[in-house]
Design a protein. Structure first.
Length: 179
């Protein structure tokens, strides 16, 4: 969270606390909306340096790597405590954070986890197509037609991936049987 946003929130809070009747009501509504937007509470506006442990779930190692990079953006100071815990059903990482660092990390993690998952899904689909093409397993399927720009871009991305895939020849079982 930037200092300008924090400063704005504090100014709106002062107006919500001490403004005249009409100003106060509008400022209270604006403060509530801003706090909700930035996932904060009024208590978070007090410059607290007390750290508490907060957990963040992750599903795969690659997601954990993205989360750790987000953490380093929010709190790049060395010597911080990070704990990993895993139950039967959930993997968790624990960070010691102030309330403002917590709000920043939640926003950053939500944004990047969503974006990362979408990009990973597209990448894996392209990789699958590239692998199938490289190994002669893709079907041509349908009548030839002119490709749209998006389809051409997608095909170029698949070809770029497939160029890095090593083709492994295989032998049919019947070729191994000697009559």
């Amino acid at each position: 969270m930037t200092d300008s946003i924090l400063s704005l929130l504090r100014k709106v809070k002062r107006l919500a606390d001490s403004g005249v009747a009409g100003e106060r009501a509008v400022a209270q509504q604006k403060l509530a909306a801003l706090l909700a937007r930035h996932h904060l509470k009024v208590e978070d506006l007090i410059a607290s340096t007390d750290r508490q442990e907060y957990s963040f779930p992750f599903t795969r190692q690659d997601e954990l790597d993205v989360l750790l990079h987000c953490y380093n953006v929010v709190r790049p100071s060395p010597g911080t405590t990070i704990q990993f815990k895993q139950s039967q059903h959930r993997k968790l990482v624990w960070f010691e954070l102030t309330p403002l660092e917590l709000a920043d990390l939640r926003l950053l993690w939500k944004h990047h986890r969503t974006h990362y998952r979408a990009e990973r899904k597209k990448f894996l689909a392209r990789f699958e197509h590239g692998y199938l093409m490289t190994n002669g397993l893709a079907s041509s399927g349908g009548e030839p037609r002119e490709l749209t720009k998006e389809e051409l871009d997608e095909l170029l991305a698949i070809l770029a991936l497939s160029s890095g895939i090593t083709k492994k020849p295989w032998i049919k079982a019947r070729a191994l049987i000697t009559p």
